[in-house]
Design a protein around this ligand. Structure first.
Ligand SMILES: [Zn+2]
Length: 275
């Protein structure tokens, strides 16, 4: 199944929407248009415009095309738990630091300045800065050297640098259980790593995607257990998709084509009125 259309909602709308839900100001240069469906979900499930806690899970390189192909076979634990799916169009070029910079600043690559595969410390305002200014306790969890801990370094938040995805998920669960944080971001990368050394539908990539889903379920269950006295928003938020070069070569991403540009984010609200 090949998608031919580009999704309509730019990823630049993620940051100001999430800022609203966390009760903080938006990053200074963020797109001001909100994603109304996400705001409505929070209102409907909690009776309020904000949540107490936020867990953002960032699994690298899951595109809409891959999700749709394996929706039943791999992703049903995710879709069963998600209250809402939002189809975003990511940033150009669809490469990891470009897209995560856009996700957390709400700005286009022309504005935030990361326009290639490079990982400078971002100088413009981000969600992490907006949260810190509002007095939120924020944890960022990732394997070392990756885009997220590098481009969002030097913020007034706590960094937990691990040696692998599984350790990041375990750390995330430990931090949820500790109840010390308002906002926790957990990054995982196995699928992106595997698609570049195999191809996007290889055995290793399918296994990596299953690991993402299992990790999401573990984090979701931890929120349900340890944050039961709070309202929480949990997101599954990839950065871009991928495609295969020809029919026999490796996987890649970075082209302005639907398979690389179209992504789906999943949102769940726990602890609200109807729980
Ligand atoms: Zn990526």
């Amino acid at each position: 199944m090949k998608e031919k259309e580009f999704n309509k909602i730019p990823l630049t709308r993620f940051a100001s929407t999430i800022a609203d839900i966390s009760g903080t100001e938006k990053p200074k240069q963020a797109d001001e248009t909100r994603v109304d469906e996400i705001l409505s979900l929070v209102k409907t499930k909690t009776g309020k415009n904000t949540v107490d806690k936020l867990l953002i899970f960032n699994p690298d390189a899951i595109g809409e095309e891959f999700f749709k192909r394996y929706e039943t076979k791999i992703f049903s634990p995710l879709t069963e738990r998600a209250d809402l799916q939002v189809k975003f169009l990511t940033a150009v070029p669809p490469k990891t630091p470009v897209c995560f910079a856009t996700m957390f600043t709400g700005a286009s690559p022309e504005v935030h300045g990361i326009r290639h595969y490079e990982k400078p410390v971002l100088k413009i305002d981000t969600l992490f800065d907006a949260w810190a200014r509002a007095g939120k306790k924020v944890a960022l969890v990732s394997k070392g050297g990756q885009s997220i801990p590098r481009i969002f370094a030097e913020r007034n938040i706590d960094y937990f640098i691990t040696s692998c995805d599984a350790e990041s998920v375990e750390k995330g669960i430990e931090l949820i259980a500790s109840d010390k944080y308002d906002i926790i971001e957990v990054y995982n990368q196995e699928y992106d790593d595997m698609l570049h050394v195999t191809h996007p539908r290889s055995y290793f990539c399918l296994r990596a995607a299953k690991h993402y889903v299992n990790s999401y379920v573990k984090l979701y269950d931890a929120v349900k257990t340890y944050w039961k006295d709070y309202t929480s928003l949990i997101t599954f938020s990839p950065d871009h998709g991928a495609h295969r070069i020809g029919k026999i070569f490796l996987g890649t991403h970075g082209s302005e084509i639907p398979s690389d540009m179209n992504i789906v984010h999943f949102f769940s609200v726990l602890g609200g009125n109807d729980e």
